[in-house]
Structure formats: C-alpha cells, structure tokens
Design a protein around this ligand. Structure first.
Ligand SMILES: NC(=O)C1=CN([C@@H]2O[C@H](COP(=O)(O)OP(=O)(O)OC[C@H]3O[C@@H](n4cnc5c(N)ncnc54)[C@H](OP(=O)(O)O)[C@@H]3O)[C@@H](O)[C@H]2O)C=CC1
Ligand SMILES: CC(=O)[C@H](N)C(=O)O
Length: 253
C-alpha cells in the first residue's frame, strides 16, 4: 500500500512550500503527487525534493478532462492519501463591474468548484489519521468590496471546510481551513495587475514558509482554522463581532 500526499497549486507560493515542508515533516510517505499547469516548475520542484519521490501531474483544474485523468490515476494506483492540500487558486482585485466575466466566474470555478471536486475524488482514498488542508483566506472572514468575488469564494472554502471537518471527524480525518492574510507569493502579480497592492497589505505581508509551518502545527493540534499572525487574529475577532455590512463599509473606504 502506497502512502502519498497530493498537493494542488504546487508550482508556486504556498502549494510549493507545502510540498517542501511535507517532505521534511511527514515520515512514512512514499510519494508526493504535485498538481499545477506549469510542468517545468513542477520538474524543478521534483529535483529539489530529496528523500521522497515526487510524481508530477500537470493538470489544468479549470478543464473537465483533468478530473477524469486524476480519477483514473487514483483508481489505477489505489494509494492511501495521507495528506491532501488544495492550494490551487487565484484572485482578481478591483470592482466587480470592471472585472471580466471570465475572471468573475473563473475564481468560483477554481477556488470553489475545483477544490470541492478534488476533495470529493480523493475522499475514498483517505484513512484514519489523514489530513486535508484547504487554502481559504482571511478574505473569507467578511465581505470585501473590490475583492468581492474572491472574498466570497474564500467564505465558501472556510464554511465547506469547517462543516466537512465535522462530518469526517468520525473517521479520524482532520480538515483544516488555512486562512492567512496577505502572503508574499505570485498571487499578487495576477491579483493586482491593474493597480498597486494596498499599502496595508504590503505592511502585513507574511512569508509563505511561516504560514505553511503554522498550518501544519495547527492541523496537528486539530484546529479547525489556521490563522497566521497577531494582526490577522485580531481582524478575525473584529469580523466575528461586527456585522458584515459594517466591515464592507469600512473596507470599501
Ligand atoms: N497570497 C496570499 O496572500 C494568499 C493566498 N491565499 C490562497 O492560497 C492559495 C495559494 O495561493 P498562493 O500560493 O498565494 O498563489 P500562487 O499564485 O503563488 O499559486 C497559485 C497556484 O495555483 C495554481 N493554479 C492556478 N490556476 C490553476 C489551474 N487552472 N489549474 C491548476 N492549478 C492552477 C498555480 O499553478 P499554475 O499556474 O502552474 O497552474 C499555482 O501553483 C490560493 O487559493 C489563494 O487564494 C490565501 C490567503 C492569502
Ligand atoms: C490574497 C488573500 O487572500 C489575502 N488574505 C488578502 O486579503 O490579501
């Protein structure tokens, strides 16, 4: 029986960092399966990882055939998935009306639908003691004008993860919603292509390695949500205390 970890969004940012950390921190894994569109990036990562085999699955999770392919590979290999990390995702900032229809729908497609389908496909291969890391965001704590669709997708991921965690707790499978604030990755190149990254985001920008290490520690403590940094923890409490429409008003200004 082969024990594996499956990481989506592994070609950059937090997905890539998860692969690095998993290879060091989880003993007894035979393989790490890495998913993203950029094959070259995945090859570079494979070369870097020592001690655990890396299997490259160059898949576009916006395309139907990718799910068929993953389903087939899982059915053929019959692995035990010890860790699933859903880190593929993107965001586009700016007002809803100035966004392209493709992007507005695309964020929902990748951040919500693909993440849900991957979780569903992998579920039969998880066992007692397995972990699911879902990349949500602090953007999921409250509605965010000018990041409207993105924040809504992350509210979905957070809600989905917390409910699923409860459902799977009886099988001894742990689900954690990872909810960092701004993290220094390529995410911002695409998200803020049309405008400057907000100064307060630059101010609290975290290193991906620290966010991922904290997520792994929190998952081991069986936490439902992982939030990196004091600022984001305070923001989370504020978002719990104030009505969403107030937060939206403040953020909108
Ligand atoms: N950076 C931040 O501040 C924060 C990010 N997050 C969330 O964390 C997750 C990871 O983000 P981060 O690491 O920052 O971003 P990156 O842009 O660095 O990484 C995104 C990953 O998603 C993959 N991806 C994008 N589109 C597709 C697709 N169609 N099919 C398959 N894979 C795809 C990319 O690979 P490729 O292009 O090769 O396909 C890449 O590996 C996202 O869900 C993001 O929303 C949450 C909180 C904060
Ligand atoms: C990109 C993110 O998800 C981050 N939490 C932010 O709000 O900037």
């Amino acid at each position: 029986m082969r024990n594996i970890a499956l990481v989506t969004g592994a070609s950059s940012g937090m997905g890539k960092e998860f692969v690095r950390e998993i290879s060091k921190k989880y003993k007894g894994l035979d393989e790490i399966w890495v998913v993203a569109r950029r094959r070259e990036r995945l090859r570079e990562l494979k070369k870097e990882i020592i001690g655990t085999r890396v299997r490259i699955l160059p898949l576009d999770l916006m395309k139907e055939e990718s799910f068929e392919r993953l389903k087939m590979v899982l059915a053929k290999e019959q692995p035990v998935v010890r860790i699933l990390v859903n880190a593929s995702g993107y965001g586009i900032s700016g007002s809803f009306e100035h966004q392209t229809e493709e992007d507005a729908a695309g964020m929902i497609h990748l951040n919500c639908e693909a993440l849900t389908r991957i979780t569903y496909l992998v579920l039969p291969y998880l066992r007692r003691g397995s972990f699911i890391y879902q990349m949500a965001s602090s953007a999921g704590f409250a509605p965010q004008p000018n990041f409207t669709v993105y924040a809504a997708t992350k509210a979905y991921v957070k809600s989905f993860s917390i409910a699923l965690r409860q459902e799977l707790s009886y099988q001894g499978i742990r689900v954690i919603a990872v909810c960092p604030g701004p993290v220094k990755t390529e995410f911002f190149d695409r998200a803020y292509e049309q405008e400057e990254v907000k100064f307060y985001k630059k101010f609290v920008m975290a290193a991906p390695k620290k966010v991922v290490r904290k997520a792994i520690r929190d998952a081991r403590k069986n936490k439902a949500v992982s939030v990196y940094g004091m600022t984001m923890k305070v923001i989370r409490v504020i978002c719990k205390l104030l009505p969403g429409r107030w937060i939206a008003k403040i953020m909108g200004k």
